[in-house]
Design a protein. Structure first.
Length: 438
């Protein structure tokens, strides 16, 4: 996942430049060339417990593609801390990969650069048609009313992972369904000498994902209906404070987690140090770290009251990874074939099983493997209670500015400084001032 303040600042700066200039390689009609028909460069995002794990998962599939097509794919797995900056730099220089992974929340921002191949009806037809993909995944592929900037590859949703033994030892019989229940359970867990809930306080993406959900549950949006930032809305302030208060006031998140940014909370959970974890599609990651599926349960993310659903009962963002093609690729035909291969029914089953994610391709999603307990909660969440992050051109700046504001608030909480409605509003006001002018 993404972190590191310097990287975030660079991303904001580059995004502002791109928003103003709409730079990008290739022709305005969305075509590249096929001057290098025998090679492709692919930037994959880090989905596994390590880059080495991703290489082990992906290389056999790339070898399979080469055997089928004669096209060699040069793989680079890019850490989340570097990925957005690498992509933005490539869009300005025109020197990027042929095919790349993008976080689905970035789709509209990267679409605005003009650097990505638009997936119009003609291009979708080359990979089997747009109707192969589920609607929730297509909803995070770019701005409404425009041809998608990318194609869904992996779909994910957040869930509450809980350690069964720690719960039993604390006398807790079922996972919390509301935030009040989570706080109450946390105190019982802490009384037994364990930490309650893991978080990644320095991880900008994680911060955004969670405060987005809290905002939805408070009946608020970070942007107005016409796409303008509304970060200081009182309901937004309350939502952000409620999330940070899990550390600052309720004390269920350890103060040390304010510095976490690279899956440390997942490792703590896998090692039995923390009782609960809010994470997207964590099963494969936990398994790779030696945690048996029998050792934990999976439940929907808590809501304020009632049960998950739409509106104020949203309990996850529509998480996922999209596959994009740079318009200035020198192997347009090969890149299209690669997207078709990676989104084929068979490959969707293989890859999404490996990453414990959900296939965004309808036929693959129907496979029995994606109805198992480890994925059933995620699948149901995506279908009934998840919402897409704002598909606006300034979304990547929103992630970096507000994500950094939340990071700083966690740092205040960890240092014992008061986190009040006023300090939260001031942090969000600073973030809004860093956004590009409408």
């Amino acid at each position: 996942m993404r972190s590191i303040r310097a990287a975030a600042t660079g991303a904001v700066t580059l995004s502002l430049v791109l928003a103003a200039t709409a730079c990008g390689g290739g022709s305005s009609s969305g075509g590249g060339s096929s001057d290098s028909p025998k090679t492709l460069t692919y930037w994959a995002s880090n989905q596994g417990a390590s880059i080495a794990v991703d290489q082990q998962v992906l290389q056999p599939e790339l070898d399979k593609f080469q055997k089928q097509t004669g096209i060699k794919v040069k793989l680079e797995v890019v850490p989340w801390s570097d990925l957005l900056n690498r992509i933005l730099t490539a869009t300005t220089s025109g020197q990027g990969p042929d095919v790349l992974n993008i976080g689905n929340t970035w789709s509209a921002s990267l679409q605005a650069t003009g650097a990505l191949l638009p997936w119009d009806a003609k291009n979708f037809a080359k990979i089997g048609g747009k109707d192969r993909f589920v609607d929730s995944a297509l909803g995070s592929t770019g701005s409404a009313g425009k041809d998608p900037a990318a194609v869904p590859l992996y779909s994910m949703a957040y869930a509450l992972y809980y350690n069964k033994k720690i719960f039993a030892d604390a006398g807790i019989s079922k996972p919390p369904a509301t935030w009040d229940e989570l706080v109450a359970d946390g105190k019982k867990i802490q009384a037994k000498g364990k930490s309650a809930l893991g978080a990644e306080g320095s991880n900008l993406s994680e911060n955004i994902h969670h405060v987005f959900v809290f905002a939805k549950q408070h009946g608020a949006d970070f942007f107005t209906s016409d796409g303008k930032p509304d970060f200081t809305n009182p309901k937004i302030v309350d939502a952000v404070k409620s999330y940070v208060d899990l550390m600052a006031k309720d004390k269920v998140i350890p103060t040390g987690d304010a510095e976490y940014a690279q899956n440390q909370s997942v490792s703590d959970f896998a090692k039995g140090k923390q009782a609960m974890l809010l994470w997207q599609s964590a099963a494969a990651n936990l398994k790779s770290q030696g945690m048996s599926e029998d050792a934990y349960g999976i439940a929907p993310v808590p809501v304020i009251s009632g049960t998950p659903g739409t509106g104020t009962q949203v309990d996850s963002m529509v998480a996922g990874i999209n596959l994009a093609v740079f318009k200035n690729t020198h192997n347009l035909d090969g890149a299209t074939k690669f997207v078709k291969f990676m989104t084929s029914d068979d490959e969707q089953k293989i890859l999404n099983k490996a990453y414990s994610s959900i296939p965004p391709v309808k036929a693959a999603q129907e496979d029995a493997a994606f109805s198992a307990p480890a994925t059933a909660v995620l699948k149901n969440t995506l279908a009934t209670s998840a919402a897409a992050l704002p598909q606006v051109a300034s979304e990547s700046q929103f992630e970096t500015t507000v994500g950094t504001a939340v990071k700083d608030l966690f740092a205040d909480a960890a240092a014992g400084r008061a986190v009040t409605a006023d300090t939260v509003k001031a942090a969000l006001q600073k973030a809004q001032q860093q956004m590009p002018a409408a």
